[in-house]
Structures are given as C-alpha cells and as structure tokens.
Write a protein that binds this ligand. Structure first.
Ligand SMILES: [Fe+2]
Length: 186
C-alpha cells in the first residue's frame, strides 16, 4: 500500500480509498492491482506482463498507451546514480508517467497549484501522473524497484527540467521498511 504525505499540512494517508480520493485532487490516478495468477519474484518480464495483462489492456484502451515494458533497478544496476539524477529534479514531459510497482519502493513528489504531495509506492501500487505535471522521483534506501511502464509513444519521452530548485526543499524520505528515525541513528 502506498503512503501519501500532504507536505504543506504534514498529513499522512495510508488507507486505499483516502489515497485514491486525495490523489484525485492532484489529478493523479491511483489503483491497487492483483495479478491474475501467482507471480514469483524471479518471474521474467513476459510472465509479469502476462499476469497483469487484463489491467494493462484496460489502461491501454483508456489512456492511449501502445506499449508496456518492465524496468528493473537495483543497487547493482550499472550507471544507477546517473540514471537517478535524470529524475530526481523537478521536471515534466509530454507523456503520462504510468508505473505499476512489482517489487521494491519509490517516492514520487508531485507539484501542482494546490501544493506538493509525496507518494511512496510499493508492490501492488499503480500510479498515473498525467503529461505536463511537474514531479520528481527518488528511490528509497534499498535502491530497488521493479515496475511495469506504459507508454503512449514508442519513442519514449524527454524530461523538461523546471530548474526551480523546489525539489531540494523536500526530503526524499521513505516510510517503508528501510525507514530509520533520526533517533535510531543516534
Ligand atoms: Fe518523470
């Protein structure tokens, strides 16, 4: 289950219907998906896409997405820091950003007129950030995420950076299993 933080109000939400209705205020779609059949943690990309094919096809027809793939990121991924540096600054793009998390965790910040919302996603969470929405993304402490991505344009998308520096005002802190309170560190 995701954890949503309304940053300005210092309010945290971790109940599915409240998450869905709150994120709607920011024009973000949120769903929980369950696979059609058991998918092992070792499953290939093809097996993963097959297990979620009915949800993927539904989303494709609703959002005009033409392709789906599986991205796999772990601490061993070559060039991981360079890859993350492309996404951890506020940006927007002409494509929707659609992610369904299979394993690991990640932290989206979405910046709209009504403020900044932090969305920590984990396995089973689908998030759709519409094109043109300002946002940034960080991994959590375990630096691991495996996710299905959907694309409207097979050529992919290019981030447009706002360069406002707003992303640096927000701590990329996750509340999942790897979260450590400051007191625990001391
Ligand atoms: Fe993005």
């Amino acid at each position: 289950m995701a954890v949503v933080t309304i940053v300005n109000e210092n309010r945290r939400i971790d109940e599915v219907e409240s998450i869905r209705s709150t994120l709607k205020l920011y024009d973000i779609d949120y769903e929980r998906w369950t696979p059609a059949h058991e998918v092992s943690s070792e499953a290939s990309a093809e097996e993963v896409l097959s297990a979620y094919s009915s949800e993927i096809n539904k989303l494709k027809s609703q959002g005009g997405y033409v392709t789906a793939d599986v991205i796999d990121v772990s601490p061993d991924t070559p060039g991981l820091d360079a890859m993350l540096a492309k996404f951890d600054r506020e940006h927007w793009h002409d494509e929707d950003e659609v992610r369904f998390v299979i394993a690991g965790r990640g932290l989206f910040h979405v910046h709209r007129e009504n403020g900044v919302v932090a969305i920590e996603v984990e396995a089973g969470d689908l998030i759709r950030v519409p094109r043109g929405t300002k946002h940034w993304f960080n991994l959590c402490g375990d630096r691991r995420i495996r996710a299905i991505r959907l694309f409207q344009d097979v050529s992919g998308w290019t981030p447009h950076y706002t360069e406002t520096g707003v992303d640096r005002e927000f701590q990329p802190v996750c509340f999942g299993p790897t979260f450590m309170r400051v007191a625990d560190l001391g």
